[in-house]
Design a protein around this ligand. Structure first.
Ligand SMILES: [Zn+2]
Length: 78
């Protein structure tokens, strides 16, 4: 069982400056669904975008809401 520990109060600002050891979860603020975010899934045009610009384009695969937030952190092995 592993749980995700978010780095509180920190954002890289831009996706491309997020260190590769940082795990990114996309969380839907509407239904609470979370899935791991694949930074390589970002289109080239958004490669150097601000985090909020990427969040604005997230659509939840579970409920369809456009209320995604990116969380940065790492998994803790319990
Ligand atoms: Zn959702």
């Amino acid at each position: 069982m592993r749980r995700f520990l978010e780095i509180s109060g920190w954002s890289p600002g831009y996706l491309y400056v997020a260190p590769h050891h940082v795990t990114i979860l996309a969380r839907c603020e509407a239904c609470g669904a979370e899935r791991e975010f694949d930074r390589h899934s970002v289109p080239r045009s958004l490669e150097y975008a601000l985090i909020p610009e990427i969040e604005a384009r997230l659509r939840c695969a579970t409920c369809g809401a456009n209320a995604g937030r990116l969380r940065f952190g790492s998994y803790l092995e319990a």
